[in-house]
Ligand binder design. Structure first.
Ligand SMILES: Cc1cc2nc3c(=O)[nH]c(=O)nc-3n(C[C@H](O)[C@H](O)[C@H](O)COP(=O)(O)O)c2cc1C
Ligand code: SF4
Ligand code: SF4
Length: 250
């Protein structure tokens, strides 16, 4: 079983590659939350994977919430592949901590640098650079799959200082994931895809235009990156930062 959350496709790509190599059903974490499906029957010793992006050196709020509510009926071997732009910080330790009182054994956490989609802070890389980074990611992913097949021989482990820093950056993530600055420009073609892709139903279409409802969201940036008209902006931060979606969505 592969639990997956992905806003711009990197982690979805990895989940599908794991499925190809090792089998198992993919469960979309945001769909499971929406449907309130928290209990899963697994065999003792079955491999269960979590594939998701790192946010602020920690887990996306949707992944955190899902693991908190999750009930695995059985005692599986658990493994996480965390995708990132460059560093997952102490997300490995936060992931392990989230499983502290749950059944199953955490066998490994892997870090997988792909393409950074955090355009609130950085420019999206140009196409050629994206292709190069994704090619490099493919090689790392091959090694990860080899490692899993060799009984999780290698695992990433952050040091304690990075972990402490990650507790702080997680607090910053949760304090700043507000919706107030999102808006759609005149380029909007009223397709409704932003509402459709939002994992936490934070967007409602009103008179053919998206409105961000509620004070906070997951800040996954799916709405910004996957808008076909590039009509969504976040304050002044995103105007010249480009957009990114993994080729899996094209
Ligand atoms: C809110 C947010 C915070 C992020 N924080 C980090 C980070 O701490 N370190 C990092 O290397 N990448 C960071 N990223 C980049 C993503 O983790 C990376 O692009 C990931 O592969 C995206 O996965 P997805 O395409 O499956 O959504 C962040 C992205 C977002 C949206
Ligand atoms: S995805 Fe873009 S074009 Fe479509 S409704 Fe949302 S803002 Fe408008
Ligand atoms: S509003 Fe946009 S950034 Fe926020 S959770 Fe929804 S899709 Fe992600």
């Amino acid at each position: 079983m592969i639990f997956n959350f992905s806003a711009t496709g990197n982690s979805k790509y990895v989940a599908e590659k794991l499925q190809e190599a090792l089998g198992g059903e993919i469960v979309k974490i945001d769909d499971a939350l929406r449907r309130k499906e928290y209990t899963y029957k697994v065999e003792d010793g079955e491999k269960v994977f979590f594939v998701f992006p790192v946010y602020f050196f920690s887990m996306p709020t949707v992944v955190e919430e899902f693991i908190e509510k999750l009930q695995l009926d059985g005692s599986p071997e658990i493994c996480a592949v965390i995708t990132c732009g460059s560093s997952i910080g102490g997300a490995d330790r936060l992931f392990k901590k989230a499983f502290k009182n749950k059944t199953g054994e955490i066998k490994a956490v892997y870090k997988l640098p792909m393409v950074d989609n955090y355009i609130l802070m950085f420019k999206a890389p140009l196409k050629e650079e994206q292709v190069m980074k994704l090619r490099r990611a493919d090689k790392v992913l091959e090694n990860i799959i080899d490692n899993i097949n060799y009984n999780f021989r290698v695992s990433y482990e952050s040091n304690i200082f990075i972990y402490l820093a990650s507790i702080l950056t997680n607090k910053i993530y949760k304090a700043t994931n507000k919706t107030k600055k999102f808006y759609a420009t005149d380029k909007c073609i009223s397709c409704g895809l932003c509402q459709f892709h939002c994992p936490v139903a934070a967007i409602k279409m009103e008179d053919g235009k998206p409105k961000w409802t509620g004070e906070r969201c997951a800040h996954c940036l799916a709405c910004i990156h996957r808008c076909p008209a590039e009509a969504i902006e976040y304050g002044k931060a995103t105007a010249k930062r480009g957009r990114y979606v993994n080729p899996i969505f094209k």
